[in-house]
Design a protein around this ligand. Structure first.
Ligand SMILES: [Zn+2]
Length: 90
């Protein structure tokens, strides 16, 4: 029988299977100290008390997607040029 690995959550102090924790590559055991449920609660509380951080995250992600779309357009254009041997107007 396979042994189920467990870990104690630093917030609710419950001993839970490691599946209940998000991964964190920088951590010694490769897992976050907080369980997923606590992390969700923590994020909600954190952003409720730090609305400016939420705005930053929103801004960052919208900029990222904008950039990504432009880059994708560029790649598509290059592919089109290679395939057809001519340029086209977007
Ligand atoms: Zn917890």
């Amino acid at each position: 029988m396979a042994e189920i690995k467990t870990k104690r959550c630093c917030r609710c102090n419950q001993i839970l299977p490691v599946d209940c924790f998000n991964k964190r590559s920088r951590a010694k055991d490769g897992l976050q100290a907080m369980c997923k449920a606590c992390k969700t609660k923590w994020s909600q509380e954190y952003y409720a008390t730090h609305p400016e951080r939420l705005e930053e995250v929103k801004k960052y992600s919208s900029e990222w997607y904008k950039k990504d779309r432009v880059e994708r357009k560029e790649i598509l254009r290059e592919l089109r040029i290679i395939r057809t041997g001519s340029s086209f107007v977007l």
